[in-house]
Ligand binder design. Sequence first.
Ligand code: SF4
Ligand code: FES
Length: 316
Amino acid sequence: MAKVTIDGHTVEVPDGTTILNAARLVGGETVPPAMCYYSSLKGSGGKCRTCLVEVSKGSEKDPRPMPKLVASCSTPVMDGMEVKNKTSPRVLDARKGVVEFLLINHPLDCPICDQAGECHLQDLAFEHGKSATRYEFKRREFEKIDIGPYIQLHMTRCILCYRCVYTADQLTNGRVHGVMKRGDAAEISTFIEKAIDNDFSGNVIDVCPVGALTDRTFRFKSRVWYTKPMDAHRDCDKCCGKAVLWMVGNEVYRVTARKDQFGEVKEFICNTCRFDKKEASDWTIEGPRMIDRHSVISANKYFEPEPEHTPLLNKA
Ligand code: SF4
Ligand code: FES
């Protein structure tokens, strides 16, 4: 076991635990943001740098501080380590820089993006971003692509976190999409225009931290904060059958897997539950879902309009 102190809170964790996971045990403001790490996906993390922290004391044996900020999602704790997250001006400054980089090519289209209200980049920019950009060059441009009947890819919004690639690799039998090309030409794409089509493909929508992969069956139906999340389950022979129904009145607008307070899915669901079971009678409804994550949808100010009064968005 190793004792680690993060922002003044000491926790004891098994050897090999990362700083990020130790901070998650402390909870609250001590937890660094994470845009690419996903605890249930092996190999994830180390791509986005939003989780940078300062190690002000390396360990009990070697108390020297680490000279550079480190990615907390991929740095294991040492016994006696002291870490600063929110309490380090260096970290806060670096995080501002990371957000600025992530937003260089990301369009500011939150008003028409289906992910708005539950987008991790939107929350990150709200907390750490600047109101202006210094970037003067041409931004990357892509056409929207329908990859299969259920998923649409907006490559302009992608932050290349690789979560969807790991999801497809680890959850499905054959991955047909990935990151093509390198550097600023890198893009998520299917292999020679193939459709993403297998029983668990819909999970790439849930793991995408931004609005790059969206649910075509929900697009422009409602803003997420107008819908009411309800825990529900059904007997399913392919997956756990435990989901969240996003409802307006008695209508099911979309079905997603359940996410924890870090915005992560622990039990993935199949496409039948996600896309084919859109009637309330298909499910046993357990009750309203508590959204732990600090975001617009957790403000708990649901407004329940009649379906015909739900604001529809222009298909811009
Ligand atoms: S499409 Fe989404 S999940 Fe996939 S790499 Fe881009 S941002 Fe990450
Ligand atoms: S969450 Fe650690 S580098 Fe992305």
